[in-house]
Design a protein around this ligand. Structure first.
Ligand SMILES: NC(=O)C1=CN([C@@H]2O[C@H](COP(=O)(O)OP(=O)(O)OC[C@H]3O[C@@H](n4cnc5c(N)ncnc54)[C@H](O)[C@@H]3O)[C@@H](O)[C@H]2O)[C@@H](O)CC1
Ligand SMILES: Nc1ncnc2c1ncn2[C@@H]1O[C@H](COP(=O)(O)OP(=O)(O)O)[C@@H](O)[C@H]1O
Ligand SMILES: [K+]
Length: 503
């Protein structure tokens, strides 16, 4: 699903109104009806709702929702905030309709003395401001937002939490934005929902389709996309009836050091569980018995060093190379990585300590082979590209870096962001906090190496790898629970995840 900016969404709204065609008041009714359906499924008729309404179309949605809820016998109170003049046309029309219906008490808020008591068991609906937000909140609205946030009531934000921008919130004060439990976003999620900093504002978000025009949605370009299962399924290659292991590539994984052989085991198993034909794992000498015992399916390449990575085998024998999990950052490993980066003309995935080494030796960053995949978490990302002003800035840096260096960058976390050489950014929906556990990144490296070895392009290897990794984590968490989930479980559940994608 493409993700558009607030400005683009306004254009899509306008196009839909003109070309469906549909009157804007009817589009608002459609939006409010979707809100109503969502609420009706979750709350009983006894539930009371306090709806705070602003002067624009977001307020109009709130007023139309008030009418639909009260028609269905819910108890509803509406508070109009500082809207004595200047209501948008559709907001005014919905206010008139609500007054005619005459089932809902409507109050004005013109100063903080007018704020109502919010009981813990009320549900607050935030219809103050939507995507028309043009400046950070101040004055009475800010006070009201702080007041709502201090209450214990559940909060549902319409379209976007009031005060939050759809894209860049680096200059915003997130405490002055609505902190919603649920955000009901029309047709698309906003970009800012996908950034970790904004989670307290957005809560759980849900997309409500309102039938915006498909032609403009298809035609309008956006660098941002939210990946879904079909998007991934369409990228999978078939495994031919007469294929043999030579068709699925030979990968070289450089991983592990004394005390960190687990990283090599996890990544190797993940590669093998993701369809690779042959795998060689290059490890320090002391890891030999461990490796042969734990992962007999992998061949072993032995370093001359007992304890760290200092050299690598002839790269000609391999289709792709993965390096980093658990290799440490010792001097001789830095030298060996430097040589490998100089020589390597094979698809390459760099993770963990390989990224830390590059972070400490910035000249290496300039020489990354085109098409390489880097898989940092936020800390590793900062070591590579420095601190950012906020999530939007970080994302822009990531896109620019991918484009400038023609590499794929995978910034890991919830909604892992994958950027490609065209500066596009894909967000991944799978995965859960149970995966915040030692070694889960190593598993991802193994999966991506496996896909690269099988001949997938760098961006497809990253997109598919990240998706299936998160899916395996979700399937594992479903059965084992998030607390008990360990990285080895992600490997075990890869089988179910791949099967689901092949269904
Ligand atoms: N255009 C459409 O067809 C649809 C719009 N919808 C709703 O319309 C919303 C967007 O409506 P609008 O464009 O009217 O925008 P808003 O409802 O967000 O409000 C904009 C108004 O608030 C003012 N404003 C902006 N920032 C402010 C601030 N910091 N403090 C105080 N006032 C501020 C603006 O000057 C403007 O008058 C969406 O979020 C969605 O809820 C939905 O009804 C679906 C259909
Ligand atoms: N809250 C979360 N939601 C979704 N995925 C997560 C979450 N926390 C962690 N993950 C995933 O788990 C992996 C953790 O990788 P990483 O931080 O490198 O771990 P490690 O260094 O321990 O191997 C990443 O792929 C990340 O996307
Ligand atoms: K809102």
């Amino acid at each position: 699903m493409k993700i558009f900016t607030s400005k683009q969404i306004a254009q899509i709204d306008a196009y839909s109104i003109a070309n469906e065609p549909i009157a804007s008041i009817d589009l608002m009714e459609r939006a409010a009806t979707q809100l109503f359906f969502w609420i009706e499924k979750r709350y009983s008729e006894e539930q009371n709702f306090i709806i705070f309404v602003g002067s624009g179309n977001n307020g109009g949605d709130g007023l139309a929702l008030a009418r639909l809820l009260s028609e269905a016998k819910y108890q509803v109170e509406v508070y109009l905030v500082n809207v004595s003049q200047n209501l948008s046309v559709d907001c005014q029309m919905n206010l008139d309709r609500l007054k005619i219906q005459n089932l809902v008490s409507i109050f004005d808020i013109s100063n903080s003395n007018d704020f109502p008591i919010i009981f813990d068991d009320s549900v607050v609906v935030d219809a103050l401001l939507g995507s028309g937000l043009s400046r950070i909140l101040d004055g009475l609205i800010k006070e009201l937002v702080l007041y709502i946030n201090a209450s214990k009531a559940e909060v549902i934000a319409i379209d976007i939490p009031s005060g939050l921008f759809g894209e860049d919130n680096s200059l915003n004060n997130l405490n002055h934005c609505i902190h919603a439990d649920h955000t009901l976003s029309f047709q698309f999620p906003k970009l800012s929902f996908l950034f970790p900093e904004n989670i307290d504002c957005v809560g759980n978000w849900h997309v409500l389709p309102i039938g915006l025009h498909s032609r403009i949605i298809n035609e309008m370009e956006s660098p941002y996309q939210l990946v879904d299962e079909n998007f991934i399924k369409n990228r999978l290659k078939k495994r031919g009836r007469f294929s043999h292991k030579g068709n699925y590539g030979h990968g070289l994984l450089i991983s592990g050091s004394y005390g960190k052989m687990g990283a090599a085991i996890l990544a190797s198993k993940a590669a093998l569980r993701s369809g690779i034909g042959l795998l060689s794992t290059h490890i320090p000498r002391l890891g030999y018995d461990i490796m042969q015992t734990a992962v007999p399916e992998s061949m072993v390449s032995i370093d001359r060093s007992d304890i760290i990575f200092t050299e690598y085998p002839n790269l000609e024998d391999f289709d792709a190379i993965g390096i980093g999990p658990g290799i440490d950052t010792k001097h001789n490993s830095v030298r060996a990585l430097d040589e490998l980066i100089e020589e390597c003309d094979k698809p390459l995935v760099l993770d963990a300590d390989a990224l830390n080494i590059i972070g400490q030796n910035q000249a290496l960053k300039e020489r990354l082979p085109k098409g390489s995949i880097l898989t940092p978490h936020i800390k590793e990302f900062e070591r590579l590209l420095g601190k950012s002003y906020g999530a939007f800035d970080r994302n822009t840096k990531q896109r620019d870096f991918s484009k400038k260096k023609a590499v794929v960058m995978v910034l890991k976390g919830a909604f892992t962001a994958i950027t490609d050489e065209k500066g596009r950014c894909y967000f991944n929906p799978t995965g859960n906090p149970g995966m915040a556990t030692a070694g889960s990144g190593d598993v991802l490296t193994g999966i991506i190496l496996s896909l690269l070895s099988q001949g997938y392009s760098s961006s497809d290897a990253a997109l598919i790898g990240v998706y299936v990794h998160g899916l395996a984590g979700d399937l594992a968490a479903e059965e084992l629970g998030q607390e008990a989930l360990i990285a080895g479980d992600i490997v075990e559940y890869l089988s179910k995840a791949w099967k689901k994608l092949r269904d």
